[in-house]
Design a protein around this ligand. Structure first.
Ligand code: ATP
Length: 491
């Protein structure tokens, strides 16, 4: 009889949760209070809540995200009010139940009731029409299935939800902000969908070096158990160095596409202090690349925060990730200049080594610099930056990749001339790419290759002029030294 009564009250309560939104808030609170008491007394139903944010408020709960993914198809079939979101380059729309909707699931003959709810914050309870609070999914089921649900069903939906999430996954490019959102949730990262087309196929660099990097990435990606066995955090550090326009940012994009990882573009000059840095790191998800570009400009080795100097005016086309980040950061740095805050070298080293980088695992940390010689040994020693990759001026192999990318050609009579000119001049892949890009819709390969030959000749001339100037300077220095020696000898 008690079970029957409980079941009736339980059903009544479920019906109430569905319709309570049609009543004024003070009535909702009143009915809720007494109905809950009755239900508690007789109710054979068990409830489990899954909040969107864990108690630390730093991260969206993995369980919540998995449940959201899992319930998506059921919501599409059952819920009357849905929310839509596009995934995978905007090619498809995923639907999810709206707040206060309910869907039914069945697992091995057990009926499970899911509802999406919003817990009102204190300040919002005075309003009749609340706007937004703490979101959660609520699962209700009969107590006789407690074991089956807690032991098997929850495990099942977590796995299913994660698999669905992986299938729908869009890569994201995150940039750091300094403030929390208006509900006090930490929103230190904001993101856009990452759709850069770079790949290792389109990257101009020595094929042997390229293969070595790809092999390293594959090994890392497949080494979860290995890292667990040796007791190390599942992370790997890459240092990319070389002159501007040699493809450092492009390589990061190619790595993200290759591994299907998100990118966290960390602008150190917008980080308040070491604590802020740790918080930012905690919020990064696994399967991600944490990038600090131009590390030499971001951190002073005495530990003071630096304001990034404006980049030299450069004729190269800037990689889109970098351009966006640069634009955002320039405005951020100017806003932050007044703040009295700093990230220190030791804070950064802790960030790389510490337990913070272990939470979640599967992370690449990439630093880029144009001036590797300026960096502190401690920062780039193996173990921290496991792989040092030099990106350099364009050679013939690199040129062939770019000719294929931009002109779709594998050979041409001009290739020989270009090959020998490349050996005699220092020209970046960005400059080569710029010349190979047709300037008008009528532009043909012939014109582009001619443009490149002219640019290479100019670069060669400049290189020769510089060499002559350097030699002259050296000679002058040597003569001066000789004169001084003679003077000293005379006296
Ligand atoms: N190795 C390369 N392979 C293919 N394209 C390249 C390469 N290097 C440069 N490019 C082209 O030049 C543009 C600028 O390159 P990128 O921003 O990757 O250089 P960078 O080394 O990161 O420069 P900086 O040091 O100024 O940040 C890219 O958008 C790309 O079109």
């Amino acid at each position: 009889m008690f079970a029957q009564l409980g079941s009736t009250f339980g059903s009544l309560f479920i019906v109430w949760t569905m319709f309570q939104r049609f009543f004024p808030l003070h009535l909702q609170t009143y009915v809720d209070k007494y109905l809950k008491r009755l239900v508690k007394f007789f109710d054979p139903y068990i409830q489990i809540k899954f909040y969107e944010y864990s108690s630390d408020r730093f991260r969206r709960s993995e369980a919540y995200i998995a449940i959201e993914n899992y319930l998506s198809s059921k919501s599409t079939e059952q819920a009357k009010r849905l929310k839509g979101d596009s995934v995978k380059q905007g090619q498809s729309i995923v639907l999810n139940m709206d707040n206060e909707e309910e869907v039914l699931d069945e697992f091995r003959g057990v009926k499970l009731f899911w509802s999406k709810m919003e817990a009102l914050t204190r300040s919002q309870t005075i309003s009749y029409y609340p706007t937004s609070g703490k979101m959660y999914y609520k699962l209700s089921f009969h107590s006789r299935y407690r074991e089956s649900v807690t032991k098997s069903y929850l495990k099942y939906i977590l796995e299913e939800g994660k698999a669905i999430g992986a299938r729908n996954r869009q890569k994201k490019l995150y940039t750091n902000n300094s403030n929390d959102d208006r509900y006090g949730h930490s929103r230190r990262w904001s993101h856009v969908v990452f759709e850069h087309p770079a790949s290792f196929d389109t990257l101009a660099m020595d094929p042997k070096k390229k293969k070595e990097i790809i092999d390293d990435l594959v090994t890392f990606h497949q080494s979860k158990e290995y890292y667990a066995r040796i007791g190390k955090a599942w992370k790997r550090g890459y240092l990319l160095y070389g002159p501007p326009g040699t493809g450092k940012s492009t390589m990061i994009a190619a790595i993200a596409n290759f591994l299907n990882y998100d990118i966290y573009d960390l602008e150190l000059t917008a980080v308040k202090d070491n604590t802020d840095l740790r918080k930012l790191l905690i919020e990064t998800s696994s399967k991600s690349i944490i990038v600090i570009e131009d590390i030499d400009c971001s951190l002073d080795l005495t530990g003071q925060r630096k304001t990034k100097p404006k980049k030299e005016e450069n004729k190269v086309e800037v990689c889109p990730i970098k351009k966006k980040a640069d634009e955002e950061n320039e405005s951020k740095s100017s806003k932050d200049e007044s703040k009295n805050s700093k990230v220190t070298l030791s804070g950064l080293l802790n960030f790389i080594d510490g337990i913070w980088s272990a939470s979640g695992g599967e992370r690449l940390i990439i630093f880029t610099t144009n001036y590797v010689e300026k960096l502190d040994e401690a920062l780039i020693r193996r173990g921290r930056m496991d792989k040092h990759i030099e990106l350099s001026y364009c050679d013939f192999e690199g040129f062939k990749v770019l000719a294929k990318n931009y002109l779709n050609i594998d050979s041409h009579p001009s290739f020989e001339t270009i090959g020998s000119l490349l050996e005699e001049s220092n020209i970046t892949p960005a400059d080569v790419a710029e010349n190979l890009m047709p300037k008008t819709t009528m532009g043909d390969s012939e014109t582009c290759l001619d443009n490149l030959i002219q640019a290479l000749k100019a670069a060669k001339e400049e290189a020769m002029k510089k060499k002559a100037e350097d030699e002259e300077k050296l000679k002058l220095k040597a003569d001066k030294g000789l004169q001084e020696e003679e003077k000293l000898g005379g006296s």
